[in-house]
Every structure is written in C-alpha cells, then in structure tokens.
Ligand binder design. Structure first.
Ligand code: FDA
Length: 307
C-alpha cells in the first residue's frame, strides 16, 4: 500500500517541480542523495573509497522530454568519467535510458549511451557503464540496447545490465545475458508491476532473488548483488563459502545512506562492496521510491520537516 502510494507520488510532475526547487526538499533528500553538483558526487565518492568500497555514480534524472535535455545529461556523464579518471576515483557510472532520451527518440538514447560506453572502454584503466532498469515497458528495449552495445568488440566488459527479481521473465533474461558474458546487477525491483508479470509478495521476490543469485554466482562472470536484505546477504555469503566462490568474483551493492553499518561489516569480512551514489538536481522520483521502501524513512522525513 505505502509503496504504491510513494511510487504514484514519484510520478507526480507538479509535486516534483515544487520539491526539487525548494531548499527544504533538498535538505530532506540529503539522506539519500549526495548533493546537486559533480563536486558533491566527487567528495562523496572519495569518502566511500576511503572506507574501502567501490562506487557507482548516478546523475539523477529520468524521462527527459527533448533531445537537447538528453544531450545535456550525457555531457554531465562525460564530465563525471573525466573526473573519475583525473582524480583516480574507484568508481563507474550508472545511467537511466529515459534520462538519455529513450522516450524522445530511441536512436538518440542509443547514440548517447553508445558514446558513453565507448568513452569508458577507451579510458585507462577501462571504465564501465551500468544501464539501470526502469519500469516494465522498458525492459525488453533496455536489454536489447545492452546486448547491442556489448556486441561491439571494443565494448566487451564495459557495459552491463540490471535484472529485477520481481519479474517472472528474469531467469530467462539472465540466461540470455550470461550466454554473452554480460555483467548483471541483480536487484529486487523498485517499480509497481502488475500481477500477470511480477511476483507481488515479498517472500516470492526474495525466493526468486536467492535462486537468481545462485545462478549468477556460479556463472564465472563478475556480477553485482544489489540488496540491503540481511537475510539474503547471509545466505549469499554461506553459498559462496560452501561453493568456494572467491570473494573477488562478485560484489555486493548498496545505496548511499542505507545500511552503512552492513556495508562496513561486509568490507571488514573481506567482501567487495559498491555504493551507488546518486546526485543531481532531479532527485525527487528516486527519493520517493526510497521512502516507499521503508515506512521508517517517511517518518524520518516528516520528523525533520517539523524540526
Ligand atoms: P527490501 O526492500 O526487502 O529491504 C530489506 C532491508 O533493507 C529492509 O528491511 C531495510 O533494513 C533495508 N532497506 C531497504 N530499503 C531501504 C530504504 N530505502 N531505507 C532504509 N533501509 C532500507 N531497482 C530497479 O528497479 N532498477 C535498478 O536499476 C535498481 N538499481 C539499484 C542499484 C543498487 C545498488 C541497489 C542497492 C538497488 C537498486 N534498485 C534498483 C532498487 C531495488 O530494486 C530495491 O527497490 C531496493 O534495493 C530495496 O530492496 P532491498 O533488496 O534492499 O530489500
């Protein structure tokens, strides 16, 4: 119920415009968003790197409405890659296709993301572009784009996909991606999906997540397991130990500002951890999805509002 409410709120343009411009909104979102500028993102990355963790930087934004906006978003990503290189940051980037103009013109988005992946591939050391997964209307088209980009020999290993464990189709999608050696981030899924295509119960999503995790861990390809779910993480660690899967062959991924204690515990225990750091002026939809995931977050925000 609460999650549906916040996902709906995340799509409301009027509230979004108001919130993103207000100083109060920016202050409240700071728990999950590193700031609005590239400099904020760099500072947050340096702090996380110092704690022994990798980073994926996400310049927040989705559903741009014209090609110019999309090109502007892409320029920011080019600058981020340059900063990663210049400052020797341990970081890659995550992009959303609707932020790169997917809804405006698929060819524009394909060109933009293609250029970013080519830039990442040409960097020394090579970098990596993760294509985030959005709602189900985009699933097939997003996977097609990742397959195409990975198919160019110079790009191999520099572009990856995201699979959502709540979708029934995910096991087959994983099979197709693994057949090409494409790196996968596995998450539970953050959107509201219908019961004819997605598991609705948390227990079913969790069960599928664990099943898919085991497939990924046995695949020999380097993957990211994106979850804060302690129970799933415990089972993953036990599986890795039982199957003698090297800690260097996969990574846990968590969001900036969420379960920092668990992130650090995993590092201390010798596991790879990557923190997803979002930044930028268009933080509202991301922030609303995070609130919907946990009632305590909404409570925290309301308390701060009145403080
Ligand atoms: P779940 O929601 O079951 O939570 C398990 C526990 O984690 C909670 O009990 C709580 O302790 C903690 N927790 C989870 N969310 C929290 C929050 N917001 N605040 C505080 N504590 C919280 N989704 C998607 O559809 N496409 C994508 O591309 C991505 N990308 C992505 C990258 C990374 C690095 C992560 C970690 C997640 C994503 N997601 C995503 C989001 C993902 O699908 C999912 O919505 C959230 O990670 C929450 O699910 P959990 O696996 O954490 O489990």
């Amino acid at each position: 119920m609460l999650r549906t409410f916040f996902v709906k709120l995340s799509e409301n343009r009027t509230i979004r415009d108001f919130a993103e411009r207000s100083a109060v909104g920016q202050r409240l979102s700071s728990r999950f968003v590193a700031g609005t500028s590239i400099q904020d993102a760099v500072s947050a990355t340096q702090s996380v790197n110092k704690l022994g963790m990798h980073v994926s930087l996400d310049n927040l934004g989705e559903n741009v409405t014209n090609a110019e906006e999309a090109r502007h978003s892409a320029l920011l990503y080019e600058q981020i890659l340059d900063e990663i290189n210049r400052l020797h940051l341990d970081a890659n980037v995550s992009v959303k296709l609707t932020h790169m103009g997917f809804d405006v013109d698929e060819n524009v988005a394909r060109d933009i993301v293609g250029s970013l992946v080519a830039k990442a591939a040409a960097m020394q050391p090579m970098n990596f572009v993760r294509v985030d997964m959005e709602g189900s209307p985009y699933t097939q088209r997003t996977l097609d784009l990742v397959h195409n980009l990975h198919g160019l020999p110079a790009n191999q290993g520099c572009v990856g996909a995201v699979i959502q464990a709540y979708l029934f189709r995910s096991e087959k999608d994983i099979e197709d991606l693994l057949a090409k050696g494409i790196r996968i981030r596995l998450c539970k899924g953050a959107y509201k999906e219908a019961s004819d295509i997605a598991f609705q119960q948390k227990s079913e999503v969790d069960e599928n997540y664990i099943k898919l995790t085991k497939i990924l861990m046995k695949s020999g390809v380097y993957h990211g397991l994106a979850t804060h779910d302690e129970n799933i993480i415990r089972q993953t660690v036990a599986f890795a130990q039982a199957e003698k899967i090297a800690p260097s062959s996969f990574e846990f991924q968590m969001l900036h500002g969420i379960r920092r204690d668990l992130q650090q515990k995993l590092v201390r225990d010798g596991w790879n951890v990557r923190v997803y750091i979002p930044f930028g002026t268009e933080w509202y939809p991301y922030f609303m999805r995070r609130l919907g995931e946990r009632p305590a977050n909404a409570l925290f925000v309301v308390k701060n509002l009145f403080r």
